[in-house]
Design a binder for this molecule. Structure first.
Ligand SMILES: [Mn+2]
Length: 316
């Protein structure tokens, strides 16, 4: 780690122009890690990096500090050659989406991630698939490099960890709680952050409640399957966490599958487990993710995808 961080610091020092991006349709970890790193670079190296994203930023992230720093990729000159591009929290190169030309053109590419990456995009990789959030990797880098930071940086890293741990549900190591403890001691207010995250549009919450109320149950109630029709999809904010949480709070439900009709014959699937790993099911659908939270996109009709998902849970 020390050696990697040293090299990373060297690269930042020598860069006059820097771009930072996360994965398409940023979640809390992706967006907050990008902006936190940009702020750290500004504080410590005097350069304000360009932050870019593709897809939609869920509205619950609207109140995050420095939210306006991250720009939709079409508003950024993609032909610009950056001295350094930093790709965070991406998992696989296809998740980079629109900002890809920045990565292709950059003089040097670094990556920071906590996914099991199949193909690396960076010449310098600070990856740790043993930690729960990219925000956690960033915290360790910040401490190792002895960078200056401010409360915005800490709030952003805290939200990255809060969202990727599902509000601490998926925490697997004491270190992440230790980090949270250190940040709380330095001024992070969890209650304020939780309130800031409760910021969904009314239509999104009501649409999600409707979707949850129409869920179907299989295998003696152990699998819950809910469907977001194309008509409802435009109201969805983020991944449909309200549905996943509601169904996951039902006694006896072990697995939750949320099928989202993004387009005709393009179905986004979010899978959650309350115990056993489900990564292999997401992989069987051509996707991936984490042990208890994974997903995929399948190009087929809703009916076919639903049947396939139910079939895959047979014997689980
Ligand atoms: Mn993440």
């Amino acid at each position: 780690m020390k050696e990697l961080v040293k090299n990373f610091v060297e690269k930042i020092k020598n860069a006059k122009t820097i771009a930072i991006m996360g994965h398409k349709n940023p979640d809390g970890d992706s967006l907050c890690s990008v902006v936190a790193l940009a702020r750290l670079i500004e504080l410590n190296f005097g350069v304000r990096p360009v932050c870019v994203y593709d897809g939609n930023v869920p509205e619950y992230l609207d109140e995050m500090p420095l939210r306006s720093w991250i720009k939709y990729y079409e508003r950024v000159d993609l032909s610009q050659v950056f001295d350094l591009a930093i790709v965070l929290d991406y998992g696989t190169p296809k998740h980079i989406g629109g900002p890809q030309p920045i990565v292709d053109n950059a003089k040097f590419v670094a990556e920071i991630d906590h996914h099991k990456n199949d193909v690396h995009v960076g010449q310098l990789c600070i990856n740790d698939d043993g930690v729960i959030a990219t925000g956690q990797v960033l915290y360790e880098i910040m401490k190792t490099a002895q960078w200056k930071y401010d409360i915005d940086v800490l709030d952003l890293i805290a939200v990255a960890i809060i969202t990727d741990t599902g509000y601490f549900k998926f925490v697997k190591s004491g270190r992440v709680m230790q980090i949270m403890g250190e940040m709380v001691d330095e001024g992070v207010c969890l209650r304020t952050l939780f309130e800031k995250l409760r910021n969904k549009p009314r239509k999104a919450v009501l649409a999600e409640a409707g979707v949850a109320s129409r869920a179907e149950f299989f295998y003696k109630g152990r699998l819950a399957v809910a469907i977001v029709s194309h008509a409802d999809y435009k109201y969805l904010d983020g991944r449909g966490d309200t549905v996943l949480n509601l169904l996951g709070s039902i006694k006896g439900v072990e697995y939750i599958a949320l099928l989202k009709e993004q387009k005709d014959s393009q179905i986004g699937i979010s899978l959650r487990s309350r115990g056993k790993t489900i990564n292999h099911i997401a992989e069987a659908l051509g996707g991936g993710g984490h042990d208890m939270a994974a997903g995929a996109v399948v190009y087929d009709t809703l009916e076919n995808v639903k049947e396939r998902v139910i079939e895959l849970f047979k014997g689980e």
